[in-house]
Design a protein around this ligand. Sequence first.
Ligand code: FEO
Length: 407
Amino acid sequence: MHQAVKVTDDIWYLGSSDRRLAKFENCFPIPNGISYNSYLVLDEKTVLLDTVDKSVSSVFLESLDYLLAGRPLDYIVVNHVEPDHAATLAEVCLRHPEAVVVGSAKTQSLIRQFFDISLQGRVLQVKEGDTLTTGAHTFTFIQAPMVHWPEVTVTYDQKDHILFSADAFGTFGALNGNLFADQIRMESAEIAEYRRYYANIVGKYGMQVQSLLNKAAGLDIEMLCPLHGPVWRVPKKIEQLIHLYAKWATYQPEDNEVVIFYSSVYGDTENAMQVLADSLGERKVRNIRMYDVSVTDASYLVGEAFRASHLVFAATTYNNDIFPAMAAFLNDLKAHNFQNRTVAVVENGSWAPCSGKKMLEILTSMKNMTVLGQTLTIKSRLREEQLEPLQSLAEEIAASIDKADLA
Ligand code: FEO
């Protein structure tokens, strides 16, 4: 059965959700599924904005037929060629030989890489600021390279002031009957998924996201239609989401809070970090969070690192190096161009502790990282005589939290 939800008088949502996939991009756990969004404009000309992942292609094609109701498909705007959005593009092109494919020069070359279809004579190549009028609607094309791939374009509808924003402003999670963000509870758990999506998918490209935000600032945006997650249509809420993006894109923390990330083989490093956390709590530090990096998926850890101002990394020494899960997490942060945090390091090692030095090498290779205190070294387990240096570390973190001046 077709699935179609009205967005405006002549714009329809015809995306769908996958609740069976374990990991998005075979990388990020999606316990609540994922939506693949596509939009159809029924103007004097008909315009499809992006297609969907192959997992939901059948229902998408049925919905497209239903909504077109025999009309030709005049244009397919390809804002993003990544297969979670373009996997069904070749099939739509075959079914609609009349459709002109709209995209940047890079879009065309990526389509040729992914698909053995000839688009000869049916391509409209657009560049920054080009427009397409389809009747009542005029669409402006805005380049957004590396948000999240080099070909990405976002499309602005001048009539209804809608920004079709590609991956930007998306989130993990299926759409469960409520297409619009104002119909869904948006509390810390929901925002955490926006942050986890942002940090892991485009977190590396803060500069490019800032460039897109600068372009968006010049637009009157009444609706955001991303390629994942709900549609935003309340201007004040759109402003809040853009404000969050501005923080994330500049690698500024949202919360003046402490997160402790640790690896622990037999529980002794965990014990030391629990003592540290209790000590922080006694010093009135609030909302402390602790994560065992071997237990919590790295995508959640990266999201939490993007959120908080003060981060403690505690790792066992393993094979004369950092414990593997912690090494992977730190390298993941570095790969995401992570920066601007206050950090502290604790190492454990029974005969030749060296994880602290190696963790610091990675952390200090990131931009604008402030390291608190000396690396605290534990040999096998925390001992009575180490309570004092551990409490000194807690004191230093607490003092730093007190004076931190967050924007
Ligand atoms: Fe949702 Fe970059 O694809």
